[in-house]
Design a protein around this ligand. Structure first.
Ligand code: ASP
Length: 352
């Protein structure tokens, strides 16, 4: 036990110094300068950060109308969460209401607008974590729950479990009075066309050509800090286009796609889920803050722009610390993202 904690501390120090020692490392070269250079030390009254997925989002492939629609949706989502927080609501309510809005929008790969699996069905995953208690809930592979984030929160609040999947999760949602819909509700032509395109070029051995990620991402996530100092994080997704075998990604996995701890930060991820699971990405950001004393921005960028880049894991994340400092790094072409704090609002799509 003592041996292993000694090893951990040594490893942490080694890691810390390795970041310090490489001024031209990919952490720095790939770093996006978006968050304030020096983090605030005074707690913001509230803060909220969202993402709508990362991927090959290029301005040259975007029409003005589409870009305006995404900006409008991201702003509307922030409006909803910010209002809850301004009125003294909890970070949990802010996260759920914001994510429900994004789930109901056909623009994003969550709820209505979720991607199709290989069988032409929508299978959705969601998770929710409370940074005050570190309680959490998640659902995987649900097909009839209109707002999977509601089911994830209910798993935390109304069951003894952390994660429910498939038919059992749907039965639980129904028993909790959560709205269910005909699967047809989730259909969107764009996602259907993306499935046909994916199938036409698929790798027959797995049914997924994972490196070809431009039409697969679009997951949504939200992290909020309320007036009471509590952080909540949530993530919701349709997963990856053309997925098979009831594949589940990182989004409903606590520690991989979502994590929250009032002492450190809240995190919601988006990207190639298999990498985010294997590298425990959301928890890693929190752990680097806890063990190495890094700021949220340094920790988040080290994970996304160094650790993930080194192994070929594409995607990004949003993170928010207990003071309201925000980080939104991604190693793809773009990420739908934004944040709001008193007197401050940022919404972005591309690298800049
Ligand atoms: N991370 C999600 C998954 O692998 C996909 C995404 O973020 O778009 O299921």
């Amino acid at each position: 036990m003592i041996q292993s904690s000694k090893f951990t501390i040594l490893l942490a120090l080694a890691l810390f110094f390795s970041f310090c020692d490489t001024p031209q490392s990919s952490t720095e070269t790939a770093t996006e300068v978006e968050a304030p250079a020096s983090p605030t030390t005074k707690k913001a009254e509230y803060a909220i950060v969202i993402h709508g997925g990362a991927g090959t989002i290029l301005k040259k492939n975007m029409t003005d109308e589409k870009e305006a629609a995404y900006n409008e949706a991201l702003n509307a989502a922030l409006d909803i969460g910010e209002k809850v927080l301004q009125e003294g609501g909890t970070s949990g309510d802010a996260v759920v209401q914001t994510i429900m809005y994004l789930e109901n929008s056909p623009l994003f790969n969550a709820g209505k607008g979720a991607v199709f699996n290989n069988a032409g069905k929508n299978e959705m995953d969601a998770s929710y974590m409370d940074g005050a208690t570190r309680n959490a809930g998640a659902v995987g592979g649900v097909t009839i729950v209109k707002n999977p984030i509601l089911a994830a929160r209910a798993v935390m609040e109304k069951s003894e479990h952390v994660m429910l999947t498939g038919a059992g999760a749907e039965q639980f949602a129904k028993e909790q009075g959560i709205e269910t819909v005909d699967p047809q509700y989730f259909f969107t032509q764009d996602r259907w066309d993306a499935l046909q395109k994916a199938k036409a070029s698929e790798d027959q051995s797995t049914g997924m050509k994972l490196e070809d990620n431009d039409f697969k991402y679009g997951t949504v996530g939200c992290v909020a800090l309320d007036k009471y100092g509590n952080i909540t994080a949530g993530t919701s997704t349709g997963g990856m286009t053309n997925k098979r075998y009831n594949r589940i990604g990182d989004s409903p996995i606590i520690g991989a796609g979502t994590y929250a701890n009032n002492e450190t930060c809240g995190v919601s991820c988006t990207g190639h889920g298999e990498f985010f699971i294997r590298y425990a990405v959301a928890y890693d950001v929190s752990a680097m803050m806890e063990y190495l004393g890094l700021t949220v921005d340094v920790a988040a960028k080290a994970v996304v722009n160094k650790k993930l880049v080194d192994v070929g894991g594409s995607g990004g994340l949003i993170a928010l610390d207990h003071l309201g400092n925000v980080s939104m790094p991604f190693n793809t072409e773009g990420m739908y993202r934004g944040y709001a704090k008193p007197g401050e609002r940022v919404v972005k799509i591309y690298k800049d």
